[in-house]
Ligand binder design. Structure first.
Ligand SMILES: Cc1cc2nc3c(=O)[nH]c(=O)nc-3n(C[C@H](O)[C@H](O)[C@H](O)COP(=O)(O)O)c2cc1C
Length: 403
């Protein structure tokens, strides 16, 4: 089988060096990568590096190897074009359909999915010109990954940083796996919760659960690769931020509720994949609880935590909003799931069987998605991202009928 053909466009930003790692990940995972840098990009990383790492020729202009008509062939044959970093200038040229170098010619001739990973100073990113160019590119079907917040060139920090190359690679992998399908969540804002809450007993101890957050992260990554603006509310996951995703870190169920209620009014869909503790200790000891000689420990009294899924399902923050819950059941899985769906009032409930060695922390999952309309969508044993794709298919269908 031919290797999937990826064009890696690199434009002239300081983050160009990070595209070397993206290139490595793409080639090592079996992709045939043609790097097309801009002239400015070569001020940061030279053609020799791109050529040696990709094993392919490298040019910036349309005038090299003219007999092969590279200005059309490279784009025509690509399965994916990813531009990382994408400068303000390259975004502007792409949005306006300019064709003044090999990369912009390639962008005009490509009919495959196109991913831009912008990186620039916050002022350049926030400028209305850049924002309008990004909106134009998204409207035409490109995936434009939101930049990360962090250290920028020089002493500045803020929004505009290139996301981690490993996370840009994840977006590329997912977009390639889905093929030329339109990014059906473009223009949508989705909120995903992930991980497991920790309810503190004292400064060193907590009541927690085994949720790793992997399913929630898979949901966030797949939604971003389908064009959505994603807010990920992460409880104790310790995983790197997915590319293009706004991550809000929380610890307890009460904090998670606050973060969800803050993000929900602006969301088209809320997917509650986090394992939220039903109970928390009634009291918090300000100092570490000590062993007392000859005395049994005090029993721990628990109080109920707020039921966030029921709350956001009952009081929809926005008409037409789709709310999805997760139910981890250990027995009588489907019957309990159906009861929970009715009790909570959400639109979809992903029901999976959990146990010590099942689901928690694993890369795979198996579930049935129950719909309030009586539907049942079984998702066979497979990667958590396959379940995530099914959830977004069902959400997108419901959102489609809400417009
Ligand atoms: C040191 C340095 C760092 C730069 N970093 C960025 C950047 O991160 N993002 C950006 O949009 N422009 C950046 N620029 C400006 C671009 O290089 C400039 O706009 C150039 O015309 C972009 O050309 P290109 O889009 O064809 O690659 C930087 C310039 C310099 C000198």
């Amino acid at each position: 089988m031919d290797k999937p053909k990826v064009v890696l466009g690199v434009s002239g930003g300081i983050a160009a060096y990070k595209a070397c790692e993206l290139l490595r990940r793409l080639t090592e995972s079996g992709h045939d990568v043609r790097v097309v840098p801009t002239g400015s990009a070569l001020h940061f990383v030279g053609a020799a590096t791109w050529s040696a790492l990709s094993g392919n020729p490298v040019s910036t202009e349309v005038w090299d190897d003219v007999h092969e008509v590279p200005h059309v062939r490279i784009g025509q044959h690509a399965d994916l074009v990813v531009v990382a970093p994408a400068t303000a200038d390259t975004l502007a040229r792409a949005a306006h359909g300019l064709a003044d170098d090999l990369l912009t010619n390639t962008l005009l001739t490509a009919r495959c999915p196109v991913v831009f990973a912008p990186a620039m100073h916050t002022e350049m990113w926030e400028h209305p010109a850049t924002q309008e160019n990004v909106a134009t590119l998204r409207r035409r079907g490109a995936i434009v990954i939101e930049p990360a917040v962090g250290r920028l060139t020089g002493v500045d920090t803020g929004k505009g940083r290139l996301p981690d190359p490993a996370e840009i690679f994840e977006v590329c992998r997912r977009v390639l796996a889905r093929g030329v399908t339109e990014p059906d969540l473009t223009g949508r804002h989705v909120v995903v919760s992930a991980g497991g809450t920790r309810e503190p007993l004292d400064p060193v101890r907590f009541l927690g659960n085994r949720s790793s957050g992997k399913q929630g992260y898979a949901l966030a990554r797949t939604a971003a690769a389908r064009g959505a603006r994603v807010t990920l509310i992460a409880a104790n996951t310790g995983m790197p931020d997915p590319a293009g995703v706004d991550v809000v870190q929380v610890g307890t169920a009460v904090q998670l509720r606050e973060a969800v209620l803050k993000a929900a009014p602006d969301a088209d869909a809320v997917v509650m994949a986090a394992a939220v503790a039903d109970f928390r200790p009634a009291t918090y000891a300000a100092g570490k609880i000590k062993k007392q000689d000859g005395r049994e420990p005090e029993p721990i009294t628990l109080v109920r935590n707020p039921d966030i899924l029921a709350e956001i399902s009952t009081d929809r923050a926005r008409p037409g909003q789709v709310v999805v819950g997760f139910a981890a059941e250990t027995d009588d899985v489907l019957a309990n799931g159906r009861k929970k769906l009715e009790r909570k009032g959400c639109d979809l409930l992903v029901v999976n069987e959990v146990g010590e060695r099942k689901t928690f922390g694993s890369e795979e999952n198996e579930a049935v998605v129950l719909g309030a309309d009586g539907s049942e969508t079984p998702v066979p044993h497979g990667p958590k991202e396959a379940l995530a794709e099914t959830v977004w298919d069902l959400v997108a269908r419901r959102l489609g009928s809400n417009v």
